[in-house]
Design a protein around this ligand. Sequence first.
Ligand code: NAD
Length: 293
Amino acid sequence: MASIGFIGVGHMGAPMVINLLKAGHKVKVFDLNVNQMKLVAAKGASIAASAIDASKDVDVLISMLISGKVVEDIYLHDIKLLKHINTNTLVIDSSTIAAEDSRKVADAAKQKGIAIVDAPVSGGVAGAEAGTLSFMVGGDKSAFELAEPILKCMGKNIFHAGESGAGQTAKICNNMLLAIHMAGTAEALKMGVDSGLDPKVLSDIMVKSSGRNWSLELYNPYPGVQDHVPAANNYTDGFAVNLMNKDLGLAKETAVQTQTKIPMGSLAQKLFKEHAENGNGQLDFSSIQLWYE
Ligand code: NAD
């Protein structure tokens, strides 16, 4: 069993740590929020005094942080963690950040002889709790092979997307498409309801027809159609509009760099941005249904 350091035990990191503990690994955590550390300590994790302490004498160091700035500050600038990490520690950064930022950290790590992968996730808090996350991994094949058994303790589908940064690119392509089909699903349901259809009947029809998609089938945005989705619970919990907006911003940056036309992604970004500006940033992203009301 491995000894693992884990930095960032928020909504996603905490359940991921719990699954590592369940798999029998020894986990040492660090977070600026003491309550989050206590939450996982109650399940058997030990609490580190600092990010540097969390990265000392571990086989694997995992980070699950909110932005590229925080990741760069920890690894390269403020904390300069890479200076302290042993060369036989594997680094896995599961934060969703720009591919360019991932490559910056990875290049610096590789220069020091440290194996590193970017491994952003899909599946949300529910997937993190159930241990069914999808991991999209960027990095050398040898580093991917070292990371795979650890990631399997927290996820079901582990993909090697390519070299460093490729995991982030895959994640951003996926989330741009998710925003587009969630908004499209909400739009179609609203038009059906306004025309007198029952949203459940319309959803049943479209799930068996060519409009079928993940948002419609598994995460229906229209209240009353499905149980156990955020729409059944006033759009609380789930994947926040603010986080979707962060990912759509990363998609826009990627498109500018690659000179890719993304008219659908840009329109989705405009809708989700307006929705957040209307005070809905903390709601689950399927609340885009409310934008149509
Ligand atoms: P979160 O804000 O709940 O957790 C981040 C944690 O990092 C917090 O507990 C915070 O205190 C801690 N932190 C911040 N700065 C720190 C520092 N300098 N040192 C130590 N700890 C620090 O965020 P989350 O929802 O867990 O998301 C984490 C990442 O996962 C993000 O990149 C997000 O885009 C991605 N993601 C989230 C979801 C989701 O549904 N929440 C789904 C897929 C991917």
